[in-house]
Design a protein around this ligand. Sequence first.
Ligand SMILES: [Zn+2]
Length: 501
Amino acid sequence: MIRVAVAGLSHETNTFAEGLTTYDDFARGRGFPGLMRGEAMAETLGGKAICTGAFLDAAEELGFEALPLLWTFPQPSGVIEQAAYDRVLAMLLANLEAALPVDGVLLELHGAMVTEELEDAEGDILEHVRRIVGPETPVIATLDLHANISPRMVAQSDALIGYDTYPHVDAWERGWDAARLLVAAIEGRVRPASALAQAPMLIGPPRQCTLAAPMQDIIALAHEAEERPGILNVTVAGGFPFADIHDCGAAVAVTADGDEALARATAEEIGRAMWERREEFRVRLTPLPEAIDHALRTGEGPVVLADGSDNPGGGAPCDGTVMLQALIEADVPRSTVAIITDPQAVAQAIAAGVGEQVTLQVGGKTDDRHGPTLTLTGYVRLIADGRFANRGPMYTGIEADMGRTVVFVVGGVEVILTEQRIQPYDCQALRCVGIEPRERLLIGLKSAVHFRADFGPIATAIFEVDTPGVHNPDVTRLEFRRLRRPMWPLDEIDRPDPATT
Ligand SMILES: [Zn+2]
C-alpha cells in the first residue's frame, strides 16, 4: 500500500505586530489541542473541514496509508522566535525520518510564516522535507489564499495547492485535490511541473474577497485555466500584505503535466490579468461616523462594521478601542462589539460579579497603535466559558475557545470581553454569550473579510471602517523596509505588464 506522510505546520506572521511568537503559542490549544502528533492528530482532525482533515479522509477513500507526523496552527501573531520554529520543525522532521520509507508527503502549510532569521519559512520547511525524502518522492503542500509564495517554495515542492475562497470555505476540498494529485504522481499517471508568476501588487484583504469582483473574476479565470489540457492546478494567492519581506504580495502558481513552459505561460497570463485590473484592487475605507450614521438613520440592523485593522486573524492585538469609543460616544442603541481581548478587564468584571456595576480599564494595552485604554463604567450582564463550535460555512465544526468571557454593557453598547484573541467570524461567537446577531442594530467585528461567510447573509449593510492598526486593510498606511520595490500601490508603476522592468 502507498505510504504518505501527513503534516501541518502553519502560521500567519504579521511582522508589524508587537512581540514574538513562542513555542508556548504553538503548544497552546485554541478549542482543540495546539500541537498534535501521530494517532492523536489523526483522531482529532479526521473528517474536519481543514486540509489535513481531507488528507486523512482521502487515505481511506483513495486507498493509501496516512502516516500522521505533526500538526500545529497557532493564532496569527508576530514574528516567530527562531528557537521555537527550530524546535517544532525538528519534531516534524524526526517524525518523518521515523516514518520512512514513504512514497509521498502531504503538507498543510499557510504560506506566510516568518521567523527571526527566515523570511520564507515555508521554503525552508519544504527544503528540509525534500532533503529527507529525496528528489523523486512527490511532495505537495496546501496553502492559504494569504500565502506569500516564493520561488523557493515552488522549486522545493511538486505542487502548491492554495485555497480558492476568501472567506476560506474550501480548505477540505483543496486538501482533497492535493491528496488526489499526490496519488496520481506517485502512481506515475502525471508528472507535476510548476511555475510561479509574482505580481508586484500588495492587495488589502477586503479586495481579496472572492465573493465580489475583481478577485471573483480572477478565480473564475483560474478555474477556466484548470480545465485546459495539461493543466493540473492553478493557485491564485492574494498574499498576506502584513509581512515586511522580499516575497510579499500577490502571486500565481501553476502546475502542469510535465510541461513547465505551459505552467509558466499560464501563471503569467493570470498574473497579468490581476495587474491589468489593479485599480479595482485598491482599498477604500469608510470613516466611522459615516457608517454609524447609516445605522442610526436607517434603524435597520444588523449593520456590520468590519474593524479590519485590529483583526486577530491576521495577527492584530484585538484590543483596539477606536471603534468601541466611537459607538459609545454616539451612544448607538442595540450595538455589540465583538470582541475585545483583555484578560485583566475580564478578571475584574468576574470579580465584580453578574448584575454588578463596575468601572474597568478596557483595551489599548498591547501597543499604542490601536487606540487608548478606555475607562468605562458599565454593567456585567453575563459571564461565560467562551467555548463554541463553528456552525457557519467556514471551518465548520472546528472548536474555538475565547477563554473566560464577559458581556459588559455601557449604555446601548455591549462589548464582549475575552481572555483569548479569536477572530469572531462565526455567529456562534455572539450566540454562545446569549447575543442574537439578527436582533442587533449594529455589530462591530474584529474581522476583515471572514465574517462575510456567516454574518454576510444576515447583514443589512457592511462597512469596512477606517481605524488604525497593524492589519490596516489600506496597506499604504504601513511602512515597509524589506519588501521588494517598486510595489503597487505603495509606488505608482507605469507599465503595461507586471513582468516588464
Ligand atoms: Zn487566510
